[in-house]
Design a protein around this ligand. Structure first.
Ligand SMILES: Nc1ncnc2c1ncn2[C@@H]1O[C@H](COP(=O)(O)OP(=O)(O)O)[C@@H](O)[C@H]1O
Ligand SMILES: [Mg+2]
Length: 328
């Protein structure tokens, strides 16, 4: 059974292509992740799928409904939790839920029971009569997820569900998300720029960069495709070292970034000595060498030649620059 089909979905803003002919299919019951750096087009994609934005071209069906022709049916069949918090601070947890339930015209008796059930699911029932303004970031997120489920949507959209939360709270939220996927059978499509989140939660991950899907598979297969291990070398001349390494037959890929070189190879431990010798021959000093299993970050690096952290940093720099310009 198919929950979502996306075909060549595209969105341009004044000539700038934010989402570029994106296609994928999500099966019912899946947790599907859109993983990519800031500005990759994740929010724009799910905004189109949830009918908040009209696509420029391409098409999609959510729960069997065309997103452009049957907006209302799509909306009734989905739940959304957006990146920016949208709770009423001056209302209690229960009141926030109740307001949402009335919007969806859920009859009173059913509504009351469901609110209690869902607040229990996210362990907030004992806080039901407290004002949201007294809630921590994690509690707010849990409440928003519970609220998104009130009208029993078949598909739940989560935009950066753990953005800005501390590691412990993120772990808790992951457990809730898994639980409601398993127990309630809700199909989940989430966006994230945290590779550990995508790796831990998602059945399949689409890696998106500059509006395009560059890889799509299970986290395991994406990592396996890199073939073997990842060696990270901190060296005095990373660019020179990576150029030397690229020429070797046993090196799948070598990229220099953040003052280090990341090398993907088969059976890394057999090649470390040769790598060190090569560096020495070229007068390159090595500070440290480490071997590990590939992560989704390595997958991103493999396909783009950049790390997601570099992307984050450069978009932060841009923001800082804009602030500076505005202050002048
Ligand atoms: N309403 C808009 N008008 C113009 N550009 C936009 C608009 N919304 C998003 N963009 C641009 O589209 C790109 C993708 O944005 P977005 O989908 O929010 O990325 P992500 O959620 O992956 O961080 C970014 O470059 C962003 O600046
Ligand atoms: Mg976003």
């Amino acid at each position: 059974m198919i929950a979502i089909v996306v075909e060549n979905l595209t969105k341009t803003f004044n000539g700038f292509t934010a989402v570029d002919r994106v296609s994928f299919t999500i099966t019912r019951g899946e947790i599907f992740g859109l993983l990519g750096p800031n500005g990759a087009g994740k929010t724009t994609t799910i905004s189109m799928l949830s009918t908040l934005l009209r696509p420029t071209s391409g098409s999609a069906r959510v729960n069997g409904f065309e997103i452009v022709k049957h907006e209302d049916d799509v909306r009734k069949s989905i739940g959304i939790v957006f990146q920016d918090q949208s709770l009423d601070e001056e209302l209690t947890a229960y009141e926030n839920m109740d307001f949402h339930g009335r919007l969806y015209r859920i009859p009173r008796a059913v509504r009351q029971q469901k609110i209690v059930d869902l607040l229990q699911l996210v362990e907030l029932n004992d806080k039901r009569d407290n004002l949201v303004k007294t809630f921590s970031g994690g509690m707010r997120r849990r409440l928003e997820i519970a609220r998104g489920l009130l009208h029993e949507p078949k598909v739940l959209f989560l935009d950066e569900p753990t953005l800005g939360l501390d590691p412990q709270t993120r772990n808790h939220l992951w457990a809730y998300i898994e639980q409601l996927n398993k127990e309630k059978g809700v199909t989940i499509i989430l966006t994230t720029h945290y590779m550990d989140e995508a790796d831990r939660l998602c059945d399949r991950v689409a890696i998106i960069d500059k509006g395009k899907i560059i890889a799509l598979d299970t986290p395991e297969r994406l990592k396996d495709e890199l073939g073997g291990d990842v060696i990270t070398v901190k060296a005095s001349e990373p660019d020179k070292l990576s150029a030397q390494l690229k020429a070797l037959s046993w090196v799948n890929q070598a990229e220099s970034h953040d003052g280090q070189v990341t090398v993907t190879v088969q059976n890394a431990e057999r090649h470390v000595a040769e790598l060190a010798r090569l560096a020495a021959t070229h007068g390159i000093e090595i500070e440290s060498i480490s071997i590990r299993n590939p992560t989704l970050e390595d997958v991103f690096l493999y396909y783009t030649g950049r790390t997601m952290r570099e992307e984050e940093a450069s978009s932060k720099d841009q923001m800082r620059m804009m602030h500076r310009l505005h202050r002048r």
